[in-house]
Design a protein around this ligand. Structure first.
Ligand code: GDP
Length: 361
């Protein structure tokens, strides 16, 4: 799937860079172009692609400091500059545009929904978002921002692929220390998804193409991505159980949104050397995904990869009903209520309501 990436805010920019690096390192060529957008000048400096500084007249390059309403306002005011930076990248070759952002901050949280809406007005290709949820021990502001942003992005985008920072966190590390590793883990999964939707010449007909990724995400709402890999055996026969066990791990313990296993649709991609991929194992794993997700539409295909490993990648479309998401929305509502009460104590006339954080569905 040939993709154009726009990283908004600090997390968005860093994650976009990790995606570009992975695609280059693997020589996939699935990322057609990338742009970084921020209201904080310092965060743009390290990005090795075109960047756009927004909100200069209001925040003078210093960022919006976690104020996502200001993030939305500066994106809206400077949207033309952002769109013109993209102009050359979204060519006829492009299958999709991805807006990448941390949902808990200010610029990405507020700016991403505005940008998604604008892009949808202009381009015919699907406009997706890759959104990062704050970890559970980040402050109340992050949770409230993310709750609001998530709802708006999920409504505006063709699909919101959600990544929970807690899903990739290793023990004993603070979230900040772990960001680079988290970004690499996300880039590997999402980068494989982009690449697996590419037609590969001269290999078996069971290869995935971009329309299957797009159709899996067609139900809209929220999507998640699972991944697990293991050492490949010498023969396809020897990999039957491997494909089953990596698929189980990908879905049960390896998703970007933990505990999201009920979905409207799914796509199972098995990556590895073509002659080591067992047809029987793939078919069995696909049926298992069908049962486990309760989805009647499980697409499947191979991704030929010159590697000593076998990997299962499971894309889930329509995971709104997952327990983890409900738990997160509750966390965001609680944080909003707390903020609301604190504000009411200070200035009773100024308290805001958290109606916007009602249930997703
Ligand atoms: P913005 O620049 O105002 O959009 O704010 P940030 O991008 O810093 O957003 C803050 C949120 O993103 C918090 O929930 C952080 O946990 C998360 N975050 C910040 N940097 C990274 C990163 O490099 N990787 C990941 N996965 N999350 C990040």
């Amino acid at each position: 799937m040939k993709t154009v990436l726009i990283g908004v805010g600090q997390a968005g920019g860093k994650l976009t860079r990790a995606l570009v690096d992975f695609d280059e390192r693997m020589e996939f060529g699935a990322v057609l172009g990338a742009v970084g957008v921020n209201s904080a000048k310092a965060d743009l400096r390290e990005l090795p692609f075109e960047t756009v500084l927004i909100g200069q007249d209001r925040v003078k390059g210093h960022g919006v400091g976690g104020d996502n309403e200001l993030g939305a306002a500066v994106m809206d005011a400077d949207r033309r500059e952002v769109l013109s930076a993209l102009d050359g990248s979204v060519t006829a070759e492009a299958d999709a545009v991805f807006v990448v952002a941390g949902l808990g901050g200010g610029t990405g949280s507020g700016g991403a929904p505005v940008l998604v809406r604008e892009l949808k007005r202009i381009y015919d290709v699907p406009v997706y978002a890759l959104g990062v949820l704050p970890g559970r021990d980040e402050g109340a502001m992050y949770q409230v921002n993310a709750g609001r942003s998530l709802k708006t992005v999920a409504r505006e985008a063709d699909s919101l692929l959600l990544v929970d920072n807690d899903a990739f966190r290793s023990s004993g590390e603070s979230l900040e220390q772990g960001f680079d590793a988290i970004n690499d883990a996300i880039a590997r999964r999402v980068g494989l998804l982009f690449a697996s939707g590419e037609a590969v010449e001269g290999v078996a007909e069971s290869v995935v193409d971009s329309s299957e990724v797009i159709n899996t995400l067609r139900s809209g709402g929220i999507a998640a991505l699972g991944y697990a890999a293991a050492e490949s055996a010498e023969t396809a026969e020897g990999n039957i159980n491997t494909v089953m066990s990596t698929t189980r791990r990908a879905l049960l313990t390896g998703t970007s949104l933990p505990e999201a296993s009920k979905s409207d649709s799914a796509l199972l991609v098995i990556a590895g050397e073509p002659d080591k991929i067992p047809r029987k194992g793939v078919e069995r794993a696909r049926r298992w995904v069908e049962e486990e997700t309760g989805s009647l539409q499980v697409r499947g295909g191979d991704f030929p990869l010159d590697s000593g490993r076998i990997a299962s990648l499971v894309l889930l479309g329509g995971v709104e009903r997952s327990d983890r998401l409900e738990a997160f929305m509750q966390r965001a509502r609680d944080a909003a209520t707390e903020a609301d009460e604190a504000e009411a104590r200070e200035d009773p006339a100024d308290a805001w309501s958290n109606d916007e954080l009602d249930d997703l569905i």
